[in-house]
Design a protein around this ligand. Structure first.
Ligand code: ADP
Ligand code: MG
Length: 684
């Protein structure tokens, strides 16, 4: 514990560092550096090599060198704007040091006449003489080793100056205390990892050109991954700590419904239902996420398992991200519960006050078994009588903390099920949902044909109109996705509006438009018109909700499609082909395709497996770009990279499994603090 304390200064404000005043603190804060610790994660982007100490006959123009020379003469011109010049020499040659805007006294002090000094800077050449203008470093001979070095460059130096920043970070690194190792020695040996302090110091000072796959970097990335997964594991334990009353599963209702469905459940659906039922009847609370591609049939899984909970005399809450989706779930529930005594209610922002009041009362009196709605379901004034199950649909925009607070709100008897339609790579799965149990629906309903994916250059857009006309004639509907313009939201809308006008001319009164600037209500209205077939073509930016079932939509056209990520294209494509008819996705491209773009289309055409596509997408674009992660605005890692450090994720996962049942809590305190993971850890 003492050792940890010695490093406690890392968690103080940067202003606690000697020499960091108000102005500098403010500047650093703008760069998101507030605590001393934050400095550690601002890594050098490059190094200046000042290691070579050369004699004055071996200088090369334009290069940075360090020299040792004697100050022989001053030249202080008395005319304004002319620089001060200091002539220096060694046994082999001469050089001028040139100073603009400098004071004589200062120069005499740092460059005393007839003294040998060390100077480092970029070599210039002027009027046949070598010179260094405003040298980066001037120091005495005994201080040579401070300069003769690989000196890290930080992006911050733009506003601070290399030397000042170097002083700060070097002090922080020098003051680091040895910490008690949290890994086994044998593990460190096997991995070729050094101790934390040495790794941290080397990461800044000697890791030149070795990059994120060097052992030094990997040790610290592993620390970060380990601390994240450790917190996830702790959260999971917290949820499970309080024992609940096992739900008593008769499964009478669900059997009846399954028999009346117009389709057979897929094996995947059955497996996931089984996993959920096991959680329901256990003493431990469920905290589970179901991942399944768009159209894999998650809703029915949720509703079927809810009937089990209702049968054992608990209430259920089913939360959808939008009103339309809530309504669609509500309609489906009513349909499948037609001959069954289950009371379902819908609460949205549109529900009339009087009706709402009645529903609230009935919820409190346990007369409603299942309530479906948007996130308004979790407002304070909504009181349940005996809530036993919360289902949250399409919630990948939730952070860890938010879902923990939902679990908390549900109370100790409440099981929690999330459903996510964004297949993500395994490493990200661990990152996001490491605190939950995971179920995957890996198959799609058998009779569903996969969406035919085609690509077409934009110049040939005209060939589409007859095809679209034919589709409309056959009662089909079309999505038209406008280009994604990242730079500007306004451009985004204006391009969508332009495209709408253009298509509307060809298909008068048949086209609707949706973009992010529309009010929520207007958006829902357009979607409703499309759902009710009042319009045939829906032009939109990429904002349309993923979860809504448009059974008649079987063609999607995506403009400038190489601007989208693979996973995103796959999601968009998943909006069609929910009915029985063959659906198609046409990817429009501007100009000729890059090699990478061709590769991407090939992947999309070759598979319909969202999980595979997500993995490939991450490899091609890096993890920061994966759809949903950027939008979520949550930055999970300071230095770890789920693409390059995939093996470390696996390793951390395994290690934590081994230790999670007897955790020595103090052991990881420092590590968790170091990566700010404590705030992810919820008080439940
Ligand atoms: P998602 O997983 O994207 O939420 P949904 O639950 O909305 O998918 O299901 C999409 C469509 O597939 C719905 O119309 C649903 O009735 C249908 N469906 C679900 N399961 C099956 C199945 N086993 N066989 C055929 N159709 C199914
Ligand atoms: Mg869904």
């Amino acid at each position: 514990m003492n050792i940890v304390k010695k490093n406690d200064y890392l968690f103080n404000n940067v202003s606690s560092i000697q020499g960091v005043g108000k102005k500098l603190s403010k500047y650093l804060k703008n760069k998101k550096i507030e605590k001393v610790n934050d400095l550690l994660w601002n890594l050098p982007y490059s190094y200046t090599d000042r290691r070579e100490l050369v004699s004055l006959n071996r200088l090369e123009i334009g290069k940075i060198f360090t020299i040792k020379a004697k100050v022989v003469k001053y030249n202080f011109p008395r005319i304004r704007n002319l620089p001060n010049k200091i002539i220096c020499e060694d046994e082999k040659g001469k050089i001028d040091l040139v100073y603009f805007n400098s004071r004589e006294g200062y120069i005499r002090k740092i460059l005393p006449i007839n003294k040998w000094i060390i100077v480092s800077g970029k070599i210039g050449f002027y009027k046949n003489r070598y010179q260094i203008t405003n040298p980066d470093y001037v120091t005495s001979i005994d201080n040579v080793n401070y300069v003769k070095k690989l000196i890290p460059k930080y992006s911050l130096t733009e506003g601070i100056g290399e030397k000042s920043y170097r002083k700060i970070i070097e002090k922080v690194l020098k003051d680091l205390s040895y910490v008690k190792e949290w890994y086994e020695t044998s593990f460190l040996k096997k991995m070729n990892f050094l101790d934390w302090k040495t790794s941290m110091q080397k990461l800044h000072q000697e890791n030149f050109n070795k990059g994120i796959n060097s052992n030094v970097y990997r040790r610290l990335a592993y620390d970060e991954i380990f601390s994240h997964l450790l917190i996830m594991s702790k959260n999971r334990k917290k949820v499970k700590k309080y024992k609940k009353k096992p739900k008593n599963l008769k499964k009478l209702i669900s059997r009846k419904i399954i028999n009346s469905l117009p389709f057979q459940l897929t094996e995947s659906q059955k497996k996931v239902i089984h996993e959920i039922e096991n959680d329901l009847k256990s003493k431990e609370r469920m905290f589970r996420v179901v991942q399944g591609d768009v159209g894999s049939g998650k809703t029915i899984v949720a509703l079927l398992t809810a009937t089990n909970v209702i049968e054992s005399k608990f209430q259920c809450a089913f939360m959808a991200p939008t009103e339309i989706l809530a309504k669609q779930h509500f309609e489906l529930a009513k349909k499948i519960f037609k001959n069954i005594k289950i009371n379902v209610a819908l609460i949205t922002g549109k529900t009339e006050q009087s009706k709402k009041k009645e529903i609230l009362k009935n919820l409190k009196d346990n007369k409603i078994n299942l309530v479906i709605g948007t996130h308004s379901l979790f407002q304070k004034k909504i009181e349940f009588n005996k809530l036993g199950f919360i289902i949250i649909d399409e919630q990948h925009k939730f952070g860890v903390k938010q879902r923990m607070s939902l679990a908390k709100k549900g109370g100790h008897e409440c099981d929690v099920l999330l459903m996510s339609a964004t297949p993500i790579p395994r490493t990200m799965m661990l990152t996001f949902y490491g605190d939950m149990d995971i179920s995957k629906i890996t198959e799609k309903p058998a009779k569903r044909k996969s969406v035919v994916t085609l690509s077409k250059p934009e110049e040939k857009m005209n060939e589409l109109w007859p095809f679209i006309r034919k589709q409309i004639k056959n009662g089909n509907q079309i999505f038209w996705i406008c280009p994604l313009i990242e730079e500007s939201k306004i451009l985004n809308y204006s391009s969508a509006i332009k495209r709408f006008d253009f298509i509307e001319k060809k298909f008068p009164k048949k086209v609707g438009l949706i973009h992010g600037a529309l009010k929520k209500e207007d958006k829902e209205n357009v979607l409703k018109n499309f759902l009710n077939k009042k319009i045939d073509i829906l032009v939109s930016t990429s904002v349309i909700e993923v979860g809504i079932d448009f059974p008649n939509a079987n063609l999607i056209i995506i403009e400038n499609s190489n601007k989208f990520g693979l996973a995103q294209l796959h999601q968009l494509r998943g909006r069609v082909g929910r009915g029985d008819k063959q659906a198609a996705c046409i990817l429009l491209f501007k100009g000729s395709l890059s090699k990478n773009a061709i590769k991407r289309i090939k992947i999309l055409k070759s598979t319909d497996n969202g999980f595979l596509i997500a993995e490939e997408d991450m490899k091609l674009r890096g993890y920061g770009d994966i759809s949903g992660f950027q939008q979520s605005g949550i930055k999970y890692f300071k230095i770890a990279d789920p693409v390059h450090h995939e093996d470390l994720f696996k390793l951390a996962e395994n290690q934590i499994k081994k230790i999670e049942n007897n955790l020595d809590n103090d052991k990881y305190d420092f590590l968790i603090k170091l990566f700010d993971k404590a705030e992810v850890f919820s008080e439940l």
